[in-house]
Design a protein around this ligand. Structure first.
Ligand code: PRT
Ligand code: MG
Length: 224
C-alpha cells in the first residue's frame, strides 16, 4: 500500500487533475466526506487528509510514503527525512514582507530600526532578516497575519501573497519578496528505498502529468 498525504483546499483541488492524469481517482471528496483516509481507484494507493502544515511530519515519520506540501511549509519544517524530487508548480504564490501603505519600510531598515514582525513563518522570517542584518522581534501567529499591523500588534508581517487582494483590502502593501512558493511532491527517504518498485512509477507519472499540463498551457498561450 502506498499512502499519499494531502491537505484539503487548494492543494487537494490543484492535485486532483495530476492524480487523474496519473490514473488515480479518489473515491470520496474530502470537502464533503468526513473520512480522513480515502481509498482511490487504485487498490494499492490511498490518500490521507492532513492539515497543510502537518504534511511534512506525516511523511518524515513514514506514516505517509508521499505527500504534497507548499515550499513555505517545507522551509518551516526544515525537510529532515524528506526527499523533494518534484516541483508540481501548483498553489503558486510568494512569501513576502508587507506593511501598512505609507510605512517607510526601506527607510526604517536603513536607519537600523528594530521592527516587530508578525508571522506564522517564524523560522523562515528569522533567517531572512538575519541574512539582511535587520533587527526584528518576531511575533508568532497562526492565521490572519494581515490584521496585526492594523491594530498595533506589529509594524509589518511576513505572509503569502497570491493575487494581492487580501493586502489591498486591508490597506497593506508588499515591500519585499522573500521567496517564490509552489507545492512540491515529497517522499519519505526510507520508503523510497524499501518501496522503490511502487514509488518510482508514481513519481514518473506525476512528472509526466506536470510536463503534459505545462505543455498544454504553453500551447494555449501561443494560440491566444
Ligand atoms: O488553512 P490552514 O490553517 O489549515 O492551513 P494553510 O492556510 O497553510 O492551508 P491552505 O490550504 O490555505 O494553503 C495550503 C498551501 O497553499 C500553503 O502552504 C501555500 O503553499 C499555498 N498557497 C498558495 C497559499 C496561497 N497561495 C495563499 N494565497 N496559502 C495561503 N494563501 C493565503 C495567504 O496566507 C493570505 O492570507 O491567502 C491570502 C492571500 O491571498 P491573496 O490572493 O489575497 O493575495
Ligand atoms: Mg488557509
Amino acid at each position: 500500500m502506498i499512502t499519499l498525504a494531502l491537505s484539503k483546499g487548494r492543494i487537494f483541488d490543484e492535485t486532483l487533475p495530476l492524480l487523474e492524469q496519473a490514473g488515480i481517482r479518489p473515491l470520496a471528496d474530502p470537502e464533503v466526506s468526513r473520512k480522513l483516509i480515502i481509498a482511490t481507484s487504485r487498490a494499492d494507493v490511498r490518500l490521507i487528509i492532513v492539515r497543510a502544515s502537518d504534511t511534512p511530519t506525516y511523511v518524515q515519520y513514514g506514516a505517509a510514503d508521499l505527500g504534497i506540501a507548499g515550499k513555505d511549509v517545507l522551509l518551516e519544517h526544515g525537510g529532515a527525512g524528506l526527499y523533494q524530487p518534484l516541483d508540481l508548480r501548483i498553489a503558486v504564490c510568494r512569501l513576502m514582507v508587507a506593511a501598512p501603505e505609507g510605512f517607510d519600510y526601506a527607510g526604517s531598515v536603513q536607519q537600523g530600526a528594530r521592527l516587530r514582525i508578525a508571522t506564522k513563518y517564524v523560522k523562515t522570517a528569522r533567517e531572512h532578516f538575519a541574512a539582511k542584518g535587520v533587527h526584528v522581534d518576531l511575533i508568532k501567529l497562526y492565521g490572519s497575519m494581515e490584521l496585526a499591523p492594523l491594530v498595533g500588534l506589529a509594524d509589518a508581517i511576513v505572509d503569502l501573497v497570491s493575487t494581492g487582494g487580501t493586502l489591498r483590502a486591508n490597506r497593506l502593501a508588499a515591500v519585499e519578496e522573500i521567496v517564490p512558493i509552489s507545492a512540491r511532491l515529497i517522499v519519505n527517504q526510507a520508503a523510497l528505498k524499501l518501496k522503490r518498485g511502487a514509488i518510482e512509477p508514481l513519481l514518473d507519472a506525476f512528472a509526466r502529468a506536470v510536463a503534459a499540463r505545462d505543455q498544454g498551457n504553453r500551447r494555449d498561450a501561443q494560440a491566444l
